[in-house]
Design a protein around this ligand. Sequence first.
Ligand code: IMP
Ligand code: MG
Length: 184
Amino acid sequence: MQDYREFLKEILVDEASLKKRIAELGAQISEDYRGQDLHLICILRGGIVFLTDLMRHITVPNTLDFMAVSSYGTARQSTGQVRITLDLKDEIHGRNVLLVEDIVDSGYTIASVLEFLKTRHPTSLKVCTLLNKPERREVEVPIDYCGFVIPNKFVFGYGLDLDEYYRNLPFIATVDLEKYHPDE
Ligand code: IMP
Ligand code: MG
């Protein structure tokens, strides 16, 4: 695979800004759930980097589970149909669930996951996303906690992939698609 420096256009959110904002989100969440337990649900795979940093700023007792979904369509454009590919391990009935996601783009992923989770009757259900791209929204979704609102540009790094690579980068960057050649 290409070195990301060849196609990196702009660093949208640098490492220090991520750290600062995630600490703020963790403090806010800890405040809002004070005196209660929290069940974090991370949607694989993009949300994991954010989740692991965020959870270390959460001070209320918490548990963790994962689920995975795949959307039909191409890698960069979802079509609205979302399929659960990995179900939760634990029951969520009677728990305070916080869904942790990397990005809300069209909104289809979160909307379907919320519908699915509601059928299992959690006590409460909220959404925490690191990034929000409101210009791309096709279905309305409630966002309770958001790290950064970003413009309509494809981004990678900090959990977000470009054809499954570059999730490990410590910042969020935009791609110069003319310089990105995954097949060479
Ligand atoms: P949605 O269903 O359109 O809201 O898309 C959500 C999913 O698409 C996210 O969980 C990401 O996996 C992926 N996605 C959307 N925008 C980007 C992006 O700019 N970079 C990387 N992945 C993205
Ligand atoms: Mg994702």
